[in-house]
Design a protein around this ligand. Structure first.
Ligand SMILES: [Fe+2]
Length: 351
């Protein structure tokens, strides 16, 4: 028998064929099933052997999915305090040579909702992916996750179902959040859910964001996160919550965002999302400092003025056509706020 071209065989077997049909097509007399099995098919194509109603062999080829794609290597390491404390250390490795880290809160994307700001979100993901000193964290309501009973008839305002929001909808040509975040997953330092993910947890004990984070290896907490970012020998401290206030005024939102300052020591950034607004106010906190010499004797003490940024992360959610517009809420701010950490130990929040 003359050699069967593997490419042509792959194409010919894109639908089931009998041995006789294959032999006729390729002009191969006395063709045996064994000869077909031996043909090396092109990459990612597999041979299937079925039977027709007469019990005769049927051959077909099918393309196989890509191997599970992985996440790029991280330039930072992480460690959680013993659970249940949601206290996280993120240590940038010594070979991280940039003089600054830009840390971007990705909050309230509501992916899958009609009002999700698709282009803007993708631009941010691209910017994070392309810049070595830009990193991110997920601050809740990453997916819309409108389910039975969600307020405002939200299920009627979703373009994707909750499953599609996670894993994608090939028939609609839309990726899931896993694939959207995969190019930057190695730069997402931590993640927590918002009230939208929590809807599923309340009914089923499953948080869809946890599935996304598990797939991408992103540090996840279902509670507000106390994080220390450790870089260049400095420590930058964060408290991040999604937030749950219903405040509509700037003052009310700011009060809600700053409230966690009441129950913890001074941290550099106190972060909240949820209200689809954008603020980055610095306040001054006085911190007691003491210095000891090599023998443990007190060498000096003083009060340090330390800036504390109360940050509200904006959303990736448009206004018109949404429940916010119908309810007469003020339109939110879009995009994100950047927390910049410098190698001299200083830091700031900016739009
Ligand atoms: Fe929210």
């Amino acid at each position: 028998m003359s050699r069967i071209d593997s490419d042509k065989l792959k194409t010919f077997l894109s639908r089931p064929r009998t041995l006789k049909e294959i032999a006729e097509h390729f002009g191969a007399k006395n063709l045996s099933p064994e000869q077909i099995r031996k043909v090396a098919l092109p990459d990612r194509h597999a041979l299937f052997e079925q039977q027709n109603d007469l019990g005769e062999p049927l051959f077909m080829t099918a393309e196989q999915p890509l191997p599970l794609r992985t996440v790029k290597p991280r330039i930072w390491a992480y460690r959680w305090a013993p659970r249940p404390q949601p206290y996280l250390w993120v240590q940038f490795q010594p070979h991280f040579k940039h003089p600054r880290i830009k840390l971007v809160g990705l909050s309230d994307m509501h992916y899958g909702a009609k009002s999700h700001a698709y282009d803007r979100f993708r631009r941010y993901v691209k910017w994070i992916a392309e810049n070595d000193d830009v990193f991110a964290f997920l601050n809740g309501d990453t997916i819309e996750n409108a389910i039975d009973g969600s307020i405002g008839g939200a299920v009627y305002e979703s373009l994707l179902t909750p499953s599609e929001q996670i894993w994608g909808a090939p028939d609609k040509g839309e990726p899931g959040m896993i694939e959207l975040l995969r190019p930057i997953a190695h730069k997402i330092l931590w993640a927590q859910p918002g009230n939208h993910e929590w809807r599923t947890w309340k009914k089923t004990n499953l948080d869809p964001l946890r599935i996304i984070c598990y797939e991408l290896g992103i540090p996840y907490s279902d509670e507000p996160i106390f994080a220390d970012v450790l870089a260049w020998g400095h420590r930058f401290t964060f408290y991040c919550q999604h937030g749950r206030t219903g405040s509509q005024t700037k003052g009310g939102k700011m009060n809600a965002a700053g409230r966690p300052a009441e129950f913890q020591e001074s941290v550099d950034f106190i972060i909240m999302g949820h209200v689809h607004d954008s603020m980055g106010n610095p306040i001054t906190r006085f911190v007691r400092r003491r210095e000891f010499d090599g023998e443990g004797k007190l060498a000096g003490f003083w009060i340090e003025e330390r800036a504390q940024y109360i940050v509200i992360c904006p959303s990736f959610y448009s206004y018109f056509g949404s429940y916010g517009s119908r309810a007469g809420y003020s339109p939110g701010s879009w995009g994100t706020i950047v927390c910049t950490l410098f190698n001299d130990g200083t830091y700031r929040a900016s739009e």
